[in-house]
Design a binder for this molecule. Structure first.
Ligand SMILES: O=C(O)CCC(=O)C(=O)O
Length: 258
């Protein structure tokens, strides 16, 4: 059973800050999601963020440049389609999240991730080393994201890389640049980055990862678009701080699992 909590996954998450649940999606679910998302990509259905908007390394300079209309994220995934909404509320994922967060009262954030990440051939950008929590504001830095691979995710098409165990460490402000990415020119950061692992996933796998885990991703150097829905969850006892960007929209309570 994909949603059955496995002790070795829980242990890996505690130690490394992530684990991959293999074959998490059924083939029907995966294909249905792919078809529904493809329908939102051409023509592009908003709200969406473009590669040119993020300005990451490799992105087109602006919207009028070649490749300037390349999508980077389809936003508001929860509200986009029945299939994405069902994925956001997936019972198997809820079981795992309840275990990882140590509560039956799990909530989906509509403010963070809640998107479909896309990486297009030709015009995709790289994401530098960062912790997702850096721009998020909650009572406690204890959120978990679930990243679904709808196709294979490999180094050459821009799979995520992670630095295991970094969710447990404290990093001084000096380790980070103005946008809160790791400063690669610092020797101590270089030693950290050498410990990175590429998280290769097969179509249908799901990556559970901690909001303090440092991660990065390369460009898509293949000829096929990579599509990855991502949702973020927190315990009911860990609420967004009022009047911050984490509090723009209410969280959605997941059904309790027994
Ligand atoms: O696919 C990527 O480039 C990574 C995206 C990412 O890490 C993020 O948006 O937080």
């Amino acid at each position: 059973m994909p949603g059955e909590p496995k002790n070795n996954n829980l242990r890996a998450f505690a130690k490394d800050g992530y684990f991959v649940a293999r074959n998490f999606l059924s083939e029907t679910q995966r294909q249905g999601l792919q078809a529904s998302i493809q329908g939102d990509l051409a023509p592009l259905v908003g709200p969406a963020e473009l590669e040119a908007d993020v300005g990451y390394p490799g992105a087109p300079g602006d919207r009028s440049a070649e490749g300037g209309s390349t999508p980077r994220r389809l936003l508001h995934a929860y509200a986009r389609s029945d299939k994405l909404r069902a994925l956001a509320l997936d019972t198997s994922a809820t079981v795992v999240l309840s275990q990882l967060l140590g509560t039956e009262q799990v909530q989906l954030s509509q403010c963070h991730h809640n998107c479909v990440m896309t990486k297009y051939p030709g015009f995709s950008s790289a994401t530098l080393w960062h912790q997702d929590i850096r721009y998020w504001s909650f009572d406690r830095p204890e959120l978990i994201s679930v990243w679904y691979a709808l196709g294979d995710e490999l180094e050459e098409n821009g799979a995520l890389s992670v630095i295991p165990g970094t969710h447990l460490e404290n990093f001084g402000r000096g380790r980070l640049d103005g946008n809160l990415f790791l400063r690669p020119e610092l020797e101590e950061n270089q030693a950290l980055i050498e410990q990175a692992k590429v998280v290769e996933m097969a179509a249908g796998d799901a990556l559970f990862f901690h909001c303090r885990l440092f991660h990065a991703a390369g460009r898509n150097l293949t000829q096929q678009v990579k599509i990855s829905p991502v949702f973020t969850y927190h315990a009911q006892s860990n609420q967004p701080i009022p009047e911050t960007s984490s509090d723009r929209l209410p969280s959605i309570a997941l059904s309790k699992v027994t």
